[in-house]
Structure formats: structure tokens, C-alpha cells
Design a protein around this ligand. Structure first.
Ligand code: GLU
Length: 470
């Protein structure tokens, strides 16, 4: 039997951290078993669903690399099928028409509340044989009256629900549209889903869904309900805790692998290992090992992981993502050094790609002005002569890191300067500030033409400020 899992988001917002983790667990479960992963968009709530949300979810999945083998399926395209199943349930006596008015249901509810009972439908129409189908009605599932539904949850263990606690839920509204529990059941059945991995806010729906599946003659899938994610304050993770949209992490300069790695550790562990390649995750992950308790979101740890990934990933891969960030800054990555070389020079020194991009602007565009403090400290008349000498030397060398290095070292020596006393003014001259990779590498990457022009600019700057003396 092929293992088939699915991710079934409702498109009522962006793909958030919790959804992404559920998708990841479900995806890993399929991958580790050589199975198939299905994406299903549960868009039947027409008022709350939107195309933008669908796109945001698809974009988030793509960015994270959670590719699916089938789908996306859209529930709104399956209404005819749901109607067919509802008819089947009516015909086989597993469902019935209910004409109870809003007023009756409200009165019933109020009475139950007064008697401190759990509000539930009392089965009024269940026992009527004469409900006409041309009167406004909903369709209710005839839940078994007695017995229990054991749910053998792969994470939670055995959870048993008594049928006596489950009332006859509505499966079709008065306009004929199907409700959530019906559509999920039909889809999980038709799509041959073997494993339903989802948030534990759905655990209460599971016995109802199992009962409907049984009524349809289907074998229920296995369930795994993933616990919640909490913020540091112990409350359910939400916008209050900072970014929760997956795509916000892209904008904030995270690598998708770092986020994936972070998400897999939210509720799952393998010894004290923190960094997992995708292959390792696929080999080691087991849904049964997911923690029953809620996990806490820790943005510092995610940032730490991101830094590890930026440091250790293939520069070409990082370059691909950096390119997007440079684009956002309005920079043309072809208007400067090769991105892979820039990443190699920068990857030890950035926690995020936003930081890396911001610190790489001078490779691709002229800077408007010097960092004021840096210029005041480093571009002074005492370095005018050495900078001029350096300019002459740099104009004549082969443009390699080694030759640039030698030119800086020898110019410093011949002017009796410590290396830093020349390197730092040179850095300010070519980058506008005091932070960059090693100076020879920086100058090399900026390129001959730009570096010489910027040195000239710095010399002119000092001459201007020093009134031309020195
Ligand atoms: N559409 C539901 C949600 O987004 C998930 C249903 C399920 O996974 O069974 O919460």
C-alpha cells in the first residue's frame, strides 16, 4: 500500500509558521515512506477564502521546497461529488433532512444552557419519517447513538470518544452546500489518504469523520494530531510574537532550509542534534516521535540556524537567494562582481541575507556619501600621500587578490604605516564605511575601475577638507 499524506489548508490568510510545520511533517512522512504527498485547498468557505491566500500558500510551499505529488485540488471544484455523497448517505439511511427552525434550535440551546447541559442537537428530525424534501432543510449525519470511537492517534496515543457526546452534525446547509466535516471525509476517501497529519485543533472532528467514513464503507486513515506552537509567553503563536508568515521570513533574509530545519525541531528531536540536512530529516523523521506537548517558538534559535546555514551552504545556492534581496534593493546583480564570489567573501559575516545584501551594496552601486564618522577618522591629510602612492601602484598591477594585498602591504611599509592605518582608510575610500570582508578581497571584488575611481574620489575628498595642503 502506498503511503499518502496531505496538507489541506483553508485559504483564509498567508501560510503561517504553524501551517508550514504541519505541511512539513506531512511531507516528511510521505517522503520517508517513499509515499505521495497531496495538496488540497479547502476553499469552500467562500466568504473567508481568497485567491490571494491561495497564491500565498502556493508561494510559501514553493519557497520552502515542499513539493507535492498531486494537486493542488480545490474543494470548490468538487461540489457535485459532495452532493452525490450526501444523497448516498440519505439513501442509505445514514443521514436525514432536518427542518428545525432557527427559533427551535435557539430555544433548545437556551434550555440546555439553563440546565447546565452541553448544547447539542436533540435528534428531533432524526425520528421523523415524514420530512418532505421541498421544504427548506439541512442534512444531518445520523451519528451512531451508542458505543465509542477509539482514535489511535500516532502522536497522542489512544483517545476515545463516546458517541453519546457527538450529536448529529449538519453535513449540508440549507442551500445545499456541504460543510467542512463532510468535504474532508469525501476528499480523504477519494484521494486515498492513508495518513491525516494535522493540527490538534481538529482532534474533536476526528470521531465524527471516522463515523462518516464508516457509514460510507471506507476504512478510516491513520491520524496524527500535531500539538500547537506557542509564543514565549505561553500563548498560542500569533502576530503579537513577530513574523508568523512564512514569506515574511524570506523578506527578512532567511534561507528556506534554515526555516525548514527550525520547523522540524519544533516538536521533534533526534538526540541533541540541531542541524539536519533534508536527507537526514527524511531518514530520521518519524511522526510517532513528535512530542505530545506544545512547543515554543524561539526566534533567536531560528536566527542562529539561519546564520549556520548561510555559513555552511553552497555559495551558489546562497547567491541565488541573495540575488532576490539585491533586486529588492534596486540593484542589478550583473552590474558588479559575480554573486558567488560575493557570497564567499560575506558568508562568515552575515546572520541574514538582508544584512548580506545591505553590506554588499557598494559592490553594485556607487555610494552617495561616506559614513560620516568613518570618513572623519580615516580620510585625513596624513594618509593623502600613501593613498596617492597606492593609487599609482594599483593602477599598474594585475588585478588579483595577491597583487592587491602586496600593493597595500608594501605601500604601508614604505610609508612606515601599520597595515591597518592604510587598510582602513582604503576601506572607507572604496566602500564608504568601515565594515567589509578583508580589504584585498573587497578591493578585488569591487574591481579595478571602480576601486581606482573611488580612491580618486577619496583623495579629492581629503584635499577638499584639508584645504589642499599635505
Ligand atoms: N482546512 C483545515 C484547516 O486549514 C484542515 C483540515 C484537515 O487537515 O483535515 O485547518
Amino acid at each position: 500500500m502506498t503511503i499518502r499524506s496531505r496538507f489541506a489548508p483553508s485559504p483564509t490568510g498567508y501560510l503561517h509558521i504553524g501551517g508550514a510545520r504541519t505541511a512539513l511533517f506531512s511531507w516528511l512522512h510521505a517522503r520517508m515512506h517513499g509515499g505521495e504527498f497531496v495538496l488540497r485547498i479547502e476553499d469552500t468557505d467562500l466568504e473567508r477564502s481568497s485567491t490571494e491566500s491561495v497564491n500565498a500558500i502556493l508561494e510559501g510551499m514553493a519557497w520552502l521546497g515542499l513539493e507535492y505529488d498531486e494537486g493542488p485540488f480545490y474543494q470548490t471544484q468538487r461540489f457535485a461529488r459532495y452532493a452525490e455523497v450526501i444523497q448516498k448517505l440519505l439513501k442509505t439511511g445514514h443521514a436525514y433532512r432536518c427542518t428545525c427552525s432557527k427559533e427551535r434550535l435557539e430555544a433548545l440551546r437556551n434550555e440546555q444552557m439553563r440546565n447546565k447541559q452541553k448544547p447539542r442537537y436533540d435528534g428531533h428530525c432524526r425520528h421523523r419519517a415524514d420530512v418532505p424534501d421541498d421544504v427548506s432543510h439541512v442534512v444531518r449525519f445520523k451519528n451512531p447513538a451508542d458505543g465509542a470511537v477509539p482514535v489511535d492517534d500516532l502522536i497522542r496515543g489512544n483517545v476515545t470518544f463516546n458517541n453519546a457526546e457527538l450529536d448529529d452534525l449538519i453535513i449540508a446547509r440549507s442551500d445545499g452546500t456541504p460543510t467542512y466535516n463532510l468535504t474532508v471525509v469525501v476528499d480523504d476517501m477519494d484521494m486515498n489518504i492513508t495518513h491525516v497529519i494535522r493540527g490538534d485543533d481538529h482532534l474533536n472532528n476526528t470521531p465524527r469523520q471516522i463515523n462518516i467514513l464508516r457509514a460510507l464503507g471506507a476504512t478510516p486513515p491513520q491520524y496524527a494530531h500535531v500539538p500547537m506552537i506557542l509564543g514565549a509567553d505561553g500563548k498560542r503563536l500569533s502576530k503579537r510574537h513577530g513574523a508568523v508568515s512564512v514569506m515574511q521570513y524570506r523578506e527578512d533574509g532567511y534561507l528556506p532550509e534554515a526555516l525548514i530545519n527550525y520547523l522540524v525541531r519544533l516538536g521533534w528531536s533526534h538526540g541533541d542534534q540541531e542541524v539536519f540536512s533534508l536527507d537526514e530529516m527524511i531518514a530520521l523523521f518519524d511522526i510517532k516521535d513528535v512530542n505530545r506537548a506544545a512547543s515554543t517558538f524561539n526566534p533567536d534559535k531560528l536566527l542562529w540556524l539561519n546564520q549556520q546555514y548561510i555559513k555552511s551552504s553552497d555559495p551558489a545556492h546562497v547567491a541565488h537567494h541573495l540575488s532576490w534581496h539585491l533586486g529588492r534593493l534596486g540593484l542589478d546583480p550583473s552590474a558588479g562582481p559575480g554573486l558567488v564570489e560575493v557570497v564567499k567573501a560575506q558568508q562568515e559575516r552575515a546572520k541574514t541575507l538582508v544584512e548580506m545584501a545591505a553590506n554588499s551594496v557598494y559592490f553594485y552601486r556607487e555610494f552617495d556619501s561616506y559614513d560620516e564618522k568613518a570618513a572623519a577618522k580615516n580620510l585625513k591629510s596624513d594618509v593623502l600621500t600613501p593613498l596617492r602612492a597606492l593609487l599609482t601602484r594599483l593602477s599598474a598591477i594585475d588585478w588579483t587578490c595577491e597583487q592587491i594585498h602586496q600593493a597595500v602591504v608594501e605601500t604601508a611599509e614604505s610609508h612606515e604605516l601599520k597595515l591597518g592605518k592604510l587598510a582602513q582608510p582604503l576601506r572607507v575610500a572604496v566602500t564608504g564605511g568601515t565594515v567589509s570582508p578583508p580589504i584585498d578581497q573587497t578591493v578585488y571584488l569591487i574591481g579595478r575601475e571602480r576601486s581606482l575611481a573611488r580612491l580618486n574620489r577619496a583623495i579629492a575628498h581629503i584635499e577638499g577638507h584639508a584645504g589642499g595642503q599635505a
